[in-house]
Design a protein around this ligand. Sequence first.
Ligand SMILES: [Zn+2]
Length: 275
Amino acid sequence: MNLLFGTAGIPLSTENRNTINGIKQARKLGLDAMELEFVQSVNISMDRAPEVRKAAKENSVTLTCHAPYYINLNSLDSAKLEAGRLRLLNAARIANLCGGWSVAFHPAFYHKMPADKVYENVEKQLSAVMKILKDEGNEIWIRPEVMGRVSQFGTLEEIIKLSQNIENVLPCVDFGHLHARDGKYNTYEEFCSALALLEKELGRYALDNMHIHIEGIEYNDKGERFHKELDDSDMNYRDLAKAWKNFKIGGVVISESPNIEKDAMMLKGIQEDSI
Ligand SMILES: [Zn+2]
């Protein structure tokens, strides 16, 4: 798979905003991917999904999906735990009907519990979700995301371990989050070290099938504060793009900057210039 660039949601410049017009606009902008933003709710019905699938196919736009924010696979409240699992399942079902390739989600909060115990809880819950999807014949990639706040479960190492231990799970690497977590991961060497770790632990396959989020980011000692445009941030995106190129990665890069298409198009341009 080549490296495809796209927007987190319907491009801002889309007239008559809906998912299908968003897919067409992504194509007009020269982008090859779009993420279905189910972050507030899964906003495409089963009935509508085949039309979305058709539009994506006709326009050669690869669809990824961001599952609802309200998922916490380490919730101490069993009703919330169950509701989170169902949100993830529902996002995966609709994304699959839309012909989607991959589903990113925010796995959990630590709630001040030991990290290894939280890992156990998340693995158990995610394994249960994956078993249901497998039984349904749904093979869409499920991607726990590298998270940007220190209170959030989701270091690069934790996400790699889930990917090793559960079938059909691979990381969503948010390079803005990775940087915001402790201020590191912003030099060429550090970006290369992250990609080398992915290759060592998960194999070349993981690098050929990356699901990446990228944005400029404001952060403090607790990690992520908010997203901003790449050029307004300290994110060293040129060296990041250089690392992507040198590792010959493939997959989908989704821009989560406030101006989603501007940064997606800029990164695509950098990638093409450097080839
Ligand atoms: Zn996210």
